[in-house]
Design a protein around this ligand. Structure first.
Ligand code: AMX
Length: 430
């Protein structure tokens, strides 16, 4: 992996030059003011982090480095990881070297399987994924080298080793979780002739499925790879890693954040929602019936899963990429048809709901992904966030390695009490 290391090093040098230039022209310049509303409101809109793997533009969506979602969505996940961490797509020989290296690291220790098999049968697959990674923490190369004593400038090289080990094991781990949790628990070994996503399909046991299922897996693992630095899972992973907890700890922590229904779990909630609509209204509901149903859900105090976003203010281009895939491959599928119909109805309702309070009435990636998986027979929607997680780990690893390579310090924002705020605002004690 000498070439990958060299490319990362070059990328770090370039990023450091940019940071030096930024600091020369304005280390103390103000980029964002903090309002009391933000202090109490999840820091929404506060510019307080630098992340150079990806960027989410409210109006054009996700960029990986300089590439728009449309421009990178036909790549392999391995190419995307290289892009996240080096700023460049690998050439053919670099890609082959990277894939061959991953194939040497796929072994998952027996104790990990023992831990997973000992869990209650109803454990959520995300619990299993997070725990599976955490169980291997003792294998951390970074941890061993850190204990011996290493220069700060070398940290990223050992974290890269951890990242490659984790990424190589992820398809087997995810597939094993699927087969333990939803099947009879027999594991399928990896096939070294397959790519990362192809191997996941193979180890899940979907070799005989429609060939388009492997293409969907590739697209799925590409589209979920990263979404800048401030989302719950990436930020959690970064905060944990900033304490120099190794990548096994910080990846596991990020996955725990991804498991929340307002974040990664929304994809399973979406499919549940679509199946409920199918049960109540059939595959081709009238607009007015669907509107009534959506309003009933809202009035019961629930959110419409798959709609809204903390940053985006348009239809998520990742939603559009999945929609295009569905149009080409499973346009007649009932779930897909309902997902599409919801797209024509929900934004109008959410726009005027709560007096226009919903900042973004448009769909995010989760509104559609589950209906495609369901079409190909992956019907256990409890598993969907695991697939999201397999992909998102690429972003966690890349963000943490680059942050270490740039020598970023421990993250520690300041919190204050109501009393402090009242004094600041000169509000008198009652
Ligand atoms: N359905 C109903 N109400 C919604 C809504 C939705 N889909 N999206 C936002 N709202 C409501 C909020 O609950 C909030 O109401 P409140 O002030 O009474 O609590 C109000 O609109 C304003 O919220 P916002 O500023 O528009 O959104 P946010 O940045 O606070 O939250 C998100 C963003 C994604 C959590 C929210 O839109 C939501 O809950 N969506 C549904 C769940 C979902 O799809 N999550 C996946 C997001 C993508 C991902 O991480 N995978």
């Amino acid at each position: 992996m000498a070439k990958l290391k060299e490319e990362i090093n070059n990328h770090l040098l370039q990023l450091q030059l940019e940071i030096d230039e930024i600091f020369v022209s304005g280390r103390d310049a103000v980029v964002s003011e903090v309002t009391i509303g933000q202090v109490y409101g999840g820091m929404r809109g506060l510019v307080a982090l630098a992340c150079n793997t990806s960027y989410v533009d409210p109006y054009s969506g996700l960029y990986i480095n300089k590439y728009t979602t449309e421009e990178f969505s036909d790549k392999l996940p391995e190419e995307i990881f290289a892009l996240l961490i080096t700023g460049k797509f690998p050439d053919k020989s670099e890609l082959a070297e990277f894939q061959a290296d991953l194939n040497t690291r796929t072994h998952i220790p027996q104790y990990t399987w023992d831990v997973l098999r000992s869990l209650p049968k109803n454990s959520h697959p995300m619990t299993m994924l997070s725990l599976g990674i955490l169980s291997m923490e003792g294998e951390s190369v970074f941890k061993k080298e850190y204990q011996k004593g290493i220069q700060k400038s070398e940290y990223w090289k050992y974290s890269l080793e951890d990242a490659l080990n984790i990424l190589a094991k992820l398809p087997g781990l995810a597939a094993g979780i699927y087969r333990i949790r939803f099947g009879n628990g027999d594991l399928i070994p990896p096939n070294p002739n397959l790519d990362w996503a192809g191997n996941l399909t193979h180890m899940l046991g979907f070799d005989n499925a429609d060939k388009a299922f492997s293409d969907l897996m590739r697209l799925y693992l590409v589209l979920h790879c990263d979404h800048e630095g401030g989302n719950v899972s990436a930020f959690t992973s970064r905060v944990v890693n900033s304490a120099l907890s190794n990548l096994y700890y910080s990846v596991s922590a990020g996955l725990n954040g991804l498991a929340g229904p307002l974040h990664g779990l929304a994809n399973q909630e979406c499919l549940k929602f679509i199946l409920q609509i199918y049960e109540h209204l059939g595959a081709n509901p009238e607009d007015k019936d669907l509107e009534k149903y959506v309003l009933e859900v809202l009035n019961s105090g629930k959110v419409i899963p798959g709609y809204g976003h903390a940053v985006l203010r348009v239809t998520d281009p990742r939603f559009t990429a999945f929609m295009n895939f569905g149009e080409h491959n499973c346009a007649d599928n009932n779930c897909f048809k309902i997902a599409k119909k919801l797209y024509s109805v929900v934004p109008g309702i959410l726009s005027s709901y709560k007096g226009g309070k919903v900042a973004n009435p448009w769909p995010n990636v989760d509104a559609i992904s589950g209906s495609l998986l369901y079409h190909y027979g992956l019907s256990q929607f409890d598993f969907y966030t695991v697939l999201f997680g397999v992909s998102r780990v690429m972003g966690f690893c890349a963000q943490n390695i680059l942050a270490q390579g740039l020598g970023q310090p421990i993250i520690r924002p300041k919190s204050v009490t109501n009393k402090w705020v009242m004094e600041k605002l000169l509000i008198k004690d009652k």
